[in-house]
Design a protein around this ligand. Structure first.
Ligand code: F0G
Length: 487
């Protein structure tokens, strides 16, 4: 029940299939330069335990009060079997709520669905699972003397950097962090996060893809710890999302659909990998459908899968345009080779096509984002992108009445409130291609009756008659605006 280090994790190259030990931090294959995934060379041992026993183990661990097992390492044998529990860094990530939409909203959107609120992670995005994995591994390297200190570095559209800086700061001073951000392409809230965690913050001209090139150059030539999802530990940790969804639905994944926004394609890679592992060990009996969603303004993965014949598909990076799903505004996703490999494996194992990518407009993203939050959700624009993607999937007949859908609100609504403001104030620059719908606009109303000569100010409260007059005039005006009836 309480896991001990087990198995034999190795980096495996997706191109040349070379394997490399985990005593060293690797980001690309030292032999051929391709991306890596972490695999347990002894994974088959996990199949000796019946799936129903694994279910009991995870359900039992859910009841324990052990910090190291409270997060992604509840699934230790699948998440990082080589990591001893005393190296696990847990800051409260994972097991985010899965909230069913109201009957009204489901009716309006045309399918049964839930939001998984990844904004309720410690740095307010889904990135925290992957960071918990990467920093637990770094903590293990430090504790066991494989390295003395680390400068962790990443490029980001704002959420990876917030998560990296937070988790690195927990291991300060042996771990320090630096983040590279595209200048003016992260929100003020996202910028405040690594600054608050004490990271070195560099702003770079251009878009995320340009920052990524710089950080790749740095990680190939200098002694730094790369924390982008190119780092396979990130992917491994993010697999917990699949396990959490499976456990929430009591391991019944029949007719379920999982929708995720796709940017650098780390998340969709992790989702496929996670469900595959649970399926291969008999913990789930069905592979859910997985649908990635991209905006027309950043759609290289969608375009790749437009070609029906797998042998004719060619990956072409795209130039991105401004997107309200700004954190996914990526034209050349680092994990594309992983996606291609895993989607193929996923479909083959399922015996039918189960991985799809749909495309949505910026207008649809923004409208569905606002509609979701008007009905009890705290979805970011990327959650809106998922909901818009689900509506598109219903329209295309991919999703129907037999399905129930889990949408990832990958970050907290508050991180992206500037887009809500731009919508409400009708300030979207033309290149976004978003026109506010009057019925979705909301704005505060200042109540300051013209005939009031005295109103309270901070440090200058009103009293006596002037206070009575103020309270009565303001409440009358509000009652009037709300059309309230006297009791
Ligand atoms: N949603 C949010 C809120 C994100 O921050 C990201 C990626 C995505 C979706 C797309 O996920 O890259 O795994 O396909 N943000 C990265 C960052 C790239 O730097 O914060 P993905």
């Amino acid at each position: 029940m309480i896991p001990e280090p087990s198995g034999r994790l190795v980096y495996r190259c997706l191109h040349c299939a070379g394997e490399h030990g985990i005593e060293k931090l690797l980001y690309i294959c030292p032999d051929c330069g391709s991306v890596l995934l972490l695999v347990d060379a002894q994974f088959d041992r996990l199949k000796d335990i019946p799936g129903s026993t694994w279910q009991k183990i995870f359900d039992y661990r859910r009841m324990l009060n052990l910090p190291a097992l409270n997060g992604i390492y509840r699934y230790h044998e699948f998440i990082g079997p080589s990591i001893p529990l005393d190296s696990v860094v847990w800051l409260g990530e994972g097991h985010t709520p899965i909230v069913e939409a109201s009957a009204y909203l489901q009716g309006r959107a045309g399918a049964r669905f839930f939001f998984k609120n990844d904004g309720q992670n410690p740095s307010a995005s889904f990135k925290d699972r992957g960071m918990a994995s990467a920093l637990s591994y770094i903590n293990y390297l430090l504790a066991y003397g494989y390295v003395d200190e680390i400068l962790a570095i990443c490029a980001s559209t704002g959420d990876t950097s917030a998560a990296a800086a937070l988790y690195a700061s927990y291991l300060h001073p042996r771990v320090k962090s630096a983040v590279l951000l595209p200048h003016r392409k992260v929100t003020p809230q996202q910028l405040s996060q690594p600054l608050g965690s004490g990271a070195m913050v560099f702003e770079i001209p251009g878009v995320f893809d340009d920052c990524m090139k710089v950080v790749e150059q740095l990680s190939e030539n200098y002694n730094v710890g790369l924390l982008n999802s190119k780092n396979a530990w990130r992917i491994l940790g993010q697999e917990s999302y699949s396990y959490e969804v499976a456990q929430f639905f009591e391991y019944d994944m029949k007719n379920r659909v999982i929708m995720v926004p796709v940017g650098n394609a780390g998340n969709i890679t992790a989702l496929m990998s996670g469900f595959l592992k649970f399926y291969e060990t008999g913990i789930i009996d069905d592979l859910p459908m997985i649908i990635g969603v991209q905006s027309v303004h950043a759609n290289p993965v969608y375009r790749y899968y437009l070609e029906k014949h797998p042998e004719k598909r060619r990956f072409e990076p795209v130039h991105v345009s401004p997107s309200v799903a700004q954190a996914a505004m990526i034209g050349n996703p680092v994990s594309m080779p992983r996606v291609i490999r895993l989607a193929d494996q996923y479909d083959r194992l399922a015996g039918e096509r189960k991985v799809f990518v749909v495309e949505v407009s910026e207008q649809e993203i923004m409208d569905w984002h606002l509609v979701a939050n008007r009905h009890g959700h705290v979805s970011c624009t990327h959650g809106g992108e998922c909901l818009a993607g689900m509506v598109a999937a219903v329209r295309q007949g991919l999703v129907d009445d037999s399905h129930s859908v889990v949408l990832d609100s990958t970050a907290h609504a508050l991180k992206f409130s500037n887009f809500q403001e731009m919508y409400f104030e009708n300030r979207f620059p033309a290149e976004y291609e978003v026109s506010p719908k009057p019925e979705l606009i909301n704005a505060p109303v200042l109540v300051h009756p013209a005939d009031l000569d005295a109103v309270p100010e901070s440090g200058k409260p009103l009293a006596g008659e002037s206070l009575d007059r103020f309270v009565s005039r303001v409440s009358d005006e509000i009652a009037n605006r709300l059309d309230l009836k006297k009791v």
